[in-house]
Ligand binder design. Sequence first.
Ligand code: 13P
Length: 289
Amino acid sequence: MPKSLGKIIKEAEEKKVAIGHFNVSDTEGLWAIFNSAKGLNLPVIIGVSEGERDFIGPKQAVALVRSLREEYDYPIYINADHTYSFERIKEAVQAGFDAVIFDGAKLSLEENIRLAKKSVDYAKSVNPEILVEAELGYIGTSSKLLDEIPEGAEIEARNLVRPEQALDFVQKTGVDLLAPAVGNLHGMLKHASNPNLDILRIKKIREEAGIPLVLHGGSGISDEDFQNAVRAGISIIHVNTALRKAYREGLEKSLAEKPEELAPYRFMEGGVEGMKRVVEKHLKLFNFM
Ligand code: 13P
């Protein structure tokens, strides 16, 4: 039987590598990610946001990932990414997710703490093995191509998480994983590179908070920043926009090349191949391969 997700994260910390977390909207994405990870023999986390899990079905998403884990005896896990209400946390916990994220980054700090703690208490009462993550600091909400940095997520010291704030948050909520704002952004700037990460801040937050850290907004981050972030203490990295872009571009190419093709499993191939390349590239980077 594959190890628990908690154990896999601990091992990644010991090896000083990060686990890739990739979002999907359908089975094409799921197979692309699974086959890429399996080809490199690396554990992987599948993420579904509220919109993505509504499209697949929350229970169906869990069943698909679990079926791969069981059939292939493979360390693949599923996370209920960015969940904005306690009701949807409950739904995800009951559906059997391996991990859930309560995202209260846009709420007041007090409300974020209150609902993150409520999520932890509820989730653990139903499934003691489940991991609960929370977000501290706003980094935007959409995995899309951006014209500019979203309002409220400007990379300024006042918007980034301070190490002592992270410790206080962890102590008050009991979360297993923390995703702090450290210069990262959801989405990818269209006409510029994404800003640099605050690597020293990551290191200090990891030391102070005492729990594994998650880096969101992986699309648009430079290779060098990724690896320095992992060295500084990041254990999981989320990528979505880059994958969506590769899917769409690959699919458009496939459709243009095969204008008469009606079988989806043939015309979807280009999208799947595009996603595989993105996943492989990131997994190699996160694991210093
Ligand atoms: P990107 O869309 O910027 O890769 O961010 C993804 C993410 O953090 C999902 O949780």
